[in-house]
Design a protein around this ligand. Structure first.
Ligand code: ZN
Length: 538
């Protein structure tokens, strides 16, 4: 009897060399592989499946060209002691499995296969001789066809935003390890040169970082700054702040930090500064002096704050760093703080620093689109208002809103629900130099609602009608010549905030509005509006 052209003895020798020891399952595996090939047409190209991780994959790898590494052997772990070989192209093949009925004739094999006795009590010698004597007599063979569509696709190569390593997967995102699905974690080594000293022993040494003093409800600020020599009064202050131990500058740290080696360390202040330089785009400024390890950003003037959300997300996925900003496309006034950045640990490892800087290398993370328009016009539509049956409420609301941006309404008109008259008035206001024209009313689905058509007749382009904002779903934006148009449904009379409150500043900054920008308002667009308050309606 031979196993894939080898004598039994030669096969057993191969097992010892490959598997490390002579295991009963490996011996069975040899007969099973031979039996499978005897049942298959000669000369075919076969892939293999092992239904267990124990022994059988090694028998296949020793005796056939199929290995885990070359992808021709898969483990589909059913826990059954079986192997399959099948044609690469047709999926047709055979399955060879231990047969419980046939086992019964071989008592020691039966004990071993069913784990009826602990390993120590099994008669090894007899077991091996039974397996060899039984030959092909322990197994059953059946024809099968493999459904290869059920095998997971190989996938594409993506880069994990968390660990920075590339991985093969079906979709972008974090790798399996960073999703916590692996049984191993990186070990964090204690950094030398950063041991803390008891406060009492720190006198005369220099503080390694700013230390914050928080008096609840009163103040929060740096009580001790980096590099400051700690005197006796500082020691008392630190104790009063509840500090038992303190990081001080130690010889060794500064030198280590300067080396450009992979385990170089960067102080939080240095990190914050490096980030700030890269993050701030046009219209955003910062003081180049980190306070308590953090740098804040401010708006140089009023405008719309814009943040690259995707890259901000990628930056914050880097371990050991953070950046928080106002929402993308939110209106900000001059001098307003719009965000802040810092390292999380006092000393950041170079690898973490580099990864965060790589995200920032693509350009600024945020910028400001300043308000550029000051000539605001209001066109109120509605026959009932035009005829004086109803008092107009929009103009005072818009005047209030404009005042928030330091503006006045430069021109206002009232039109009946007549498309021709609305179009004519809108065109006249555009030609008169109005830069942002707010048109109110007549934007829903009543037959009397003609405002949208009127604006189209007047030459409306870049129209986006309908906003995922409540209240304010019937809002319209667009442009007539270079004048930005904002169509505001009547609900804004009663409720605040509405879509109008979001969109007016975008228009004042001449910010181009696409359907995608409008769509981005959906999340957070349920405004939980209350009653609008304005002059004359306190
Ligand atoms: Zn990862």
């Amino acid at each position: 009897m031979q196993i894939r052209g080898l004598s039994i003895e030669a096969y057993l020798e191969k097992i010892r060399a490959f598997h490390g020891h002579l295991a009963p399952g490996m011996v069975c595996g040899g007969f099973m592989v031979e039996l499978a090939f005897q049942s298959l047409p000669e000369g075919g190209l076969y892939d293999a499946i092992a239904e267990t991780r124990a022994c059988l994959p090694d028998a296949i790898q020793v005796l056939t060209p199929c290995t885990i590494g070359n992808g021709w052997l898969r483990i589909e772990d059913t826990g059954r002691f079986a192997i399959l070989f099948y044609d690469k192209h047709t999926g047709k093949g055979v399955r060879v499995a231990l047969d419980p009925e046939r086992l019964k004739k071989w008592p020691e094999v039966h004990v071993w296969a069913m784990k009826l006795k602990p390993k120590k009590e099994q008669d090894k010698k007899r077991l091996f001789s039974e397996i060899i004597e039984a030959g092909f007599g322990l197994y059953k063979v059946e024809r099968i066809v493999v459904d290869r569509k059920r095998f997971p696709r190989k996938g594409r190569i993506f880069t994990c935003p968390d660990c920075g390593e590339s991985f093969r997967g079906s979709e972008p995102g974090s790798c399996e390890a960073c999703m916590g699905r692996m049984a191993f974690f990186p070990l964090r080594e204690e950094r030398s040169g950063m041991q803390a000293l008891p406060v009492e022993e720190a006198a005369g040494l220099k503080a390694l970082h700013d230390m914050t003093r928080i008096e609840p409800g009163v103040s929060k600020g740096a009580a001790i700054v980096k590099g400051q020599s700690l005197g006796e009064s500082d020691i008392q202050l630190l104790k009063s702040m509840g500090r038992e131990r303190v990081y001080v500058e130690e010889i060794g740290v500064e030198e280590k930090r300067l080396e450009n080696s992979a385990d170089a360390l960067f102080h939080e202040n240095e990190v914050a500064l490096a980030f700030a330089e890269k993050m701030a785009g046009s219209g955003i400024t910062y003081l180049p002096f980190p306070r308590e390890g953090k740098i804040d950003f401010t708006a140089k003037q009023g405008g719309i704050f814009r943040v690259d959300r995707e890259r901000l997300m990628r930056f914050n996925r880097c371990e050991g760093v953070m950046c928080a900003t106002r929402r993308n496309l939110s209106p900000v006034s001059s001098g307003m703080v719009v965000g802040g950045t810092r390292a999380i640990p006092l000393y950041l490892e170079k690898s973490a620093f580099d990864r965060a800087m790589e995200v920032l290398a693509e350009g600024p993370l945020f910028s400001l689109a300043p308000y550029v328009f000051s000539r605001l016009g209001v066109l109120v539509t509605g026959t009932e208002v035009f005829e004086g049956r109803v008092r107009d409420g929009f103009l005072p609301i818009l005047e209030d809103l404009a005042a928030e941006y330091g503006l006045k309404v430069t021109e206002s008109r009232i039109c009946p629900d007549d498309a021709k008259k609305i179009a004519k008035a809108a065109l006249e206001m555009v030609e008169g130099g109005v830069q942002v024209l707010v048109v109110t009313g007549g934007l829903s689905v009543d037959p009397d609602d003609v405002t949208r058509k009127a604006l189209q007749d007047a030459g409306l382009v870049d129209e986006v009608y309908g906003a995922p904002v409540l209240p304010g779903a019937m809002t319209l934006t667009g442009r007539i010549a270079s004048t930005r148009i904002l169509g505001v449904p009547a609900g804004a009379l009663y409720s605040a905030p509405t879509a109008m409150d979001f969109l007016l500043p975008w228009l004042l900054a001449d910010f181009p509005i696409t359907r995608a920008d409008m769509a981005s308002l959906g999340e957070g667009g349920f405004l939980d509006a209350g009653r609008r308050k304005f002059k004359g309606n306190p």
